[in-house]
Design a binder for this molecule. Structure first.
Ligand code: UD1
Ligand code: CA
Length: 434
């Protein structure tokens, strides 16, 4: 694939009013990444010259995208004087003769489907699909297999509204077509906008060749509302899960499992229903049980959950993590933490058992402190470890102990308990009954 043959322009300057959101539409996320991220990623597989047109919330959009990609050209649209998808094309200067223009709200697009626009010779290749409910899309008017024009819904006559063939929102133009017609666009329409889609009728009138490419709705779906956003996410999630099952991951009820783009599995892993796995997580030969949430963590040869929560920067190897255990920024190697614990900013070594209800008290209200626990330590149930604290190898912490800051030396028992007092028949006196 010669990436220097085609330029790509992604339109991402619009307000996206139908999202009803203070945030720009194109940075709403799908499977953990902004919509625009997914489009740029697909684009990068076929082109080295990618321009993103921004305007609405432009600093935010640029910042989010620059976090993932360098060498993207940003162009700012003059939305005051030239609103609309045609106005968005005014200041772009693509390097190559062939220019793919993509709407920035089509996160499901793949590089394979984009390639379909590149092997044809017509002056304009535009994407179409047929819908029983074409609501919201521009209608494509075709006569005797020749595309005549695109009519936006708000400008369409009653007859045109009945047309089910719609503009999917991706076009391949020869550069000369854009140079010729973008400056000639007018805004005499219902929205007083400069429509990129008007280029079609203008080019048709001058006898340029226009090829309508039939595309698959599931890949070219435009996201205009939050409902569309969730529909698109479900489609992408299904693809992600299918890919991992094909790679050997066992999933129970995959439709209930949320796994972000960027998560990696190796070896044989099992993911039970209702899990959420996000960020830069790596899971090797492990079993993630129902209802667990894993964020930016590494899990190797371990079993997690049900209902466990691994927060960012957790590293868990050869370890058993049971229900209601929360781990944050901690390393556990060869450990058992079976029941309801909070383990934060800790390092715990082989053979150590963390009893039910153990809490690392890592925060004093101002700073966070570390808990270091050595090998073969037995931490009894309901213990509090007040960090900074170091517990050396072969230590026993008696149930209910509060270990205050400092070091518990190798081989010791730590026990802090108030003496139990027994008062005979107190119950009967208190409630005044016998
Ligand atoms: C557009 C098409 C419509 C097509 C549909 C497919 C036009 C006029 N209409 O309609 O025919 O069926 O996509 O999904 O092109 N944008 C800008 N600057 C603007 C306005 C929009 O950059 O001034 C960007 C938006 O950020 C968005 C994309 O262009 O990513 C499409 O804009 P949107 O308002 O969603 O267009 P539609 O009404 O969906
Ligand atoms: Ca749209």
């Amino acid at each position: 694939m010669d990436k220097n043959k085609v330029s790509i322009v992604i339109l991402a300057a619009g307000k996206g009013s139908r999202m009803k959101s203070p945030k720009a539409k194109v940075i709403h996320t799908i499977c953990g990444k902004p919509m625009l991220y997914h489009i740029i990623k697909a684009s990068q597989e076929i082109s080295n010259d990618i321009t993103v047109v921004i305007a609405h919330q432009k600093e935010d959009v640029q910042k989010q995208i620059s976090a993932y990609f360098d060498n993207i050209n940003f162009v700012v649209q003059d939305t005051q004087n030239f609103p609309g998808t045609g106005g968005a094309m005014k200041n772009v200067a693509p390097k190559n003769e062939k220019v793919l223009v993509l709407n920035g709200d089509m996160p499901l697009i793949t590089s394979d489907s984009l390639k379909g626009f590149l092997d044809k010779e017509e002056d304009i290749i535009m994407s179409i699909f047929d819908l029983t409910n074409p609501d919201g899309y521009g209608r494509v008017i075709i006569k005797n297999t020749h595309v005549q024009k695109i009519v936006e819904q708000k400008d369409a006559s009653a007859d045109e509204l009945k047309v089910g063939t719609v503009n999917a929102g991706i076009y391949a133009f020869s550069k000369n077509i854009l140079e010729k017609y973008i400056p000639l666009l007018e805004n005499k329409n219902a929205q007083a906008e400069y429509y990129l889609t008007d280029v079609i009728a203008m080019a048709k009138a001058d006898n340029f060749n226009i090829f309508p490419l039939l595309v698959d709705e599931t890949e070219f779906k435009g996201v205009n509302s939050k409902k569309d956003l969730s529909d698109a996410e479900a489609i992408m999630q299904n693809k992600i899960n299918t890919r991992w099952m094909n790679e050997g991951v066992i999933m129970q009820l995959p439709a209930t499992i949320y796994i972000e783009e960027g998560v990696i599995f190796e070896g044989e892993c099992i993911v039970e229903n209702g899990c959420r796995i996000t960020g830069k997580t790596l899971i090797i030969n492990s079993h993630i049980k129902a209802g667990s949430v894993i964020e930016d963590s590494t899990i190797i040869n371990s079993d997690i959950g049900p209902l466990a929560h691994l927060r960012p920067a957790s590293y868990v190897e050869d370890t058993h993590v049971g229900n209601f255990v929360e781990i944050k920024k901690s390393t556990l190697k060869g450990v058992k933490a079976g029941h309801l614990s909070y383990i934060g900013d800790a390092e715990i070594d082989e053979g150590t058992n963390i009893g039910a209800g153990t809490i690392t008290c890592n925060y004093d209200g101002i700073k966070k402190y570390k808990t270091i626990i050595g090998k073969n330590v037995f931490v009894g149930s309901d213990s509090q470890l007040i960090a900074p604290v170091t517990i050396e190898d072969n230590v026993m912490i008696a149930a209910g102990t509060t270990v205050t800051s400092g070091t518990v030396a190798k081989g010791s028992l730590a026990i802090s308990r108030t003496k139990l007092t027994l008062i005979k028949d107190f119950y009967y006196r208190f409630f005044d009954k016998k």
